[in-house]
Design a protein around this ligand. Structure first.
Ligand code: PPE
Length: 295
């Protein structure tokens, strides 16, 4: 925290921490996996730290460390916790001092926490999850700036996520202001029909690093992949659908709005993506070696 390693219980902040009140807190979610070689590696660490700096730049926040320093710090925190598999959460925020929305004098603080985190969408997620189209609309890219992964943007995600779970679904699917499919509360979204994979373009969605990894895996496998807006009924009649995210990894989707998608179980392209993605994470596929930051 702020450049030093401190015990978990001492990682505290003041109640007047500016970002707690006003939501300016760019953060990241990263996973570290134990590879087949027995060594642990952080997945796409450099890209996540780059996105953290992109988020801060969008918010006009200056992080008082270099990207190289935070890359090293993430690896240090994992090592210090003796974890060979974990989730890593770097966060930057305006600390306590001046109050008021536009206060700019507060120091930027940076913390990196880590903890073991299992299946994000439940232990049965690999059999396929059930989604509900949300009554909450994914915010317009001129209101909340979806390229910035900042705490405030997650109010939209939390409202959608609570609603879907309260109604017995595993996760929400949010549409954008034009009614096109955007993303889940914490996942990007893909559909497959007749061998072609489609995913929404980078408009009202987070530029997911898992999304980008999956697009590369599909391209390398010769599977056509297009970024294109589509409405919810394209999902109803899809052969397959899946979601991607650091926490959710690649999760098959078996239903949207109580309509079965394809056979209602993970389809062949989804299964292939999951297999290659896991081979990449564990260092089994040398094509994706550059994605691994060994610690
Ligand atoms: N969209 C949203 C809104 C999102 O929050 C995530 C990550 C993604 C897409 C996928 O991005 P990427 O992880 O780079 O592939 N969601 C994080 C939130 C988890 C949480 O509940 O906290 C994550 O997966 O770490």
């Amino acid at each position: 925290m702020d450049g030093g390693l401190i015990p978990f219980d001492e990682a505290k902040i003041h109640v007047l921490t500016h970002s707690l009140h006003y939501g300016m807190a760019p953060f990241e979610g990263i996973r570290c996996y134990k590879g087949d070689s027995g060594r642990s590696a952080i997945f796409r660490l450099k890209d996540h730290i780059r996105r953290l700096f992109d988020s801060a730049h969008i918010l006009e926040m200056t992080i008082p460390f270099s990207q190289e320093e935070l890359i090293k710090a993430c690896a240090d925190v994992v090592r210090a916790n003796h974890l060979d598999e974990c989730y890593i959460r770097p966060i930057a925020f305006y600390g306590a001092g001046e109050m008021g929305v536009v206060a700019r004098s507060n120091p930027v603080q940076v913390a990196i926490a880590t903890w073991p985190w299992g299946a994000y969408l439940g232990d049965d997620a690999l059999k396929g999850v059930r989604l509900k189209t949300s009554s909450f609309v994914r915010f317009h890219h001129n209101s909340m700036l979806p390229m910035a992964k900042t705490s405030a943007n997650y109010v939209n995600s939390a409202l959608a996520g609570y609603e879907a779970r309260r109604n017995g679904y595993d996760e929400a699917l949010l549409l954008d202001v034009n009614g096109y499919v955007a993303e889940g509360s914490g996942e990007n979204f893909f559909v497959v029909r007749d061998g072609v994979v489609r995913t929404p373009p980078l408009m009202s969605i987070l530029a997911g690093i898992t999304r980008e990894s999956v697009m590369r895996i599909l391209a390398d496998a010769g599977v056509p992949i297009v970024e294109q807006p589509f409405p919810r009924d394209v999902v109803y009649i899809a052969d397959e659908a899946f979601m991607t995210g650091t926490a959710a990894e690649v999760t098959p989707v078996r239903e949207l709005d109580d309509r079965k998608i394809g056979e209602g179980k993970p389809g062949p392209i989804t299964r292939r993506v999951i297999e290659t993605f896991h081979a990449a994470l564990r260092g089994r596929d040398i094509r994706y070696k550059e994605w691994l930051h060994f610690i």
